[in-house]
Design a protein around this ligand. Structure first.
Ligand code: DGL
Length: 274
């Protein structure tokens, strides 16, 4: 653990670049906070990896982000939230980084779906997210009478990262048809990247179909968290600084970052290669 006191930042973590959509939304709501984005592009996609690999890659990124001064990290990646968050909170944080915290996205997302009053939720996510059953398990704890229809949609992330828009609609039609037949009342976009597909999803499901999208949820939930946990709000500097790091940087990633974040950003490659 590093003891060097570097100024306090809000971290946003993702397995890759999809979390830039969440970072963008957080930045729009909380523009004063110093922010630090980390995307583990070297190990992307997490969604096809094992529990052990996702945990180890995520922990290594948490160490790096805390060393860089993050006081609080939003684990925007659903897959990392499913595979690593609980274990990090229970066995790693208090020993390695006392006084720092990590917050995930699964429970806050479900809370919004529940508040909206839906009784049959749809969920799309990576292979890992669906196999982990984490949304269903957390839903049972929060509201056992609500049903969830789940579908792994592993082709969507590569389409977004590689500018494959022309094929997206047919892939979505293929994935979503069965879910509609089963009567889902809303669709949870359970992956950092999927807010980029909102308009295409509406083309398939209809303009009024309710989408539960984390770019709309996480900034509000974060504001609530900071209001209720003033020590983190106080420890994050408000100089409007923003830094972007990835564990592997290519021209393709730079172009994807511009498309996803919506403006040019300077990205630095980390020195660690796990
Ligand atoms: N960021 C991941 C998530 O939100 C998806 C991308 C990946 O498979 O690494 O689940």
């Amino acid at each position: 653990m590093s003891t060097s006191a570097i100024s306090g930042k809000l971290g946003v973590f993702d397995s890759g670049l999809g979390g830039l959509l969440i970072a963008r939304a957080v930045r729009d709501e909380l523009p004063d906070l110093d922010m630090f984005y980390m995307g583990d592009t070297l190990h992307l996609p997490y969604g096809n990896r094992s529990d052990h690999a996702i945990y180890e890659y995520t922990r290594q990124c948490m160490d790096f982000m805390f060393e860089q001064g993050c006081q609080l990290i939003v684990m925007a990646c659903n897959t990392a939230s499913a595979a690593a968050l609980q274990r990090l909170q229970q066995t790693y944080l208090a020993n390695a980084w006392p006084g720092r915290n990590i917050i995930g996205v699964v429970v806050p997302t479900l809370e919004v779906a529940i508040e909206c009053g839906y009784k049959k939720l749809g969920l799309i996510g990576t292979n890992y997210i669906i196999k982990s059953n984490i949304f269903a398990e957390e839903l049972t704890k929060l509201s056992p009478d609500i049903e969830i229809i789940q579908k792994a949609t592993p082709l969507l992330v590569p389409l977004i990262e590689n500018d494959g828009g022309q094929w997206t609609k047919s892939v979505l039609e293929h994935y979503l048809a069965g879910m509609q037949e089963q009567g889902m009342e809303c669709l949870i976009l359970g992956c950092t990247h999927y807010p980029a597909l909102k308009s295409q999803i509406r083309d398939v499901l209809g303009d009024d179909f309710p989408l539960i999208s984390q770019d709309e949820i996480i900034p509000k939930k974060l504001i609530q968290y900071l209001n209720n946990n003033q020590e983190y709000a106080d420890n994050i500097n408000k100089n409007r600084k923003i830094e972007f790091f990835v564990s592997d940087l290519t021209d393709n990633y730079k172009q994807a970052a511009l498309r996803i974040y919506g403006e040019h950003i300077n990205i630095t490659q980390t020195e660690f290669h796990g």
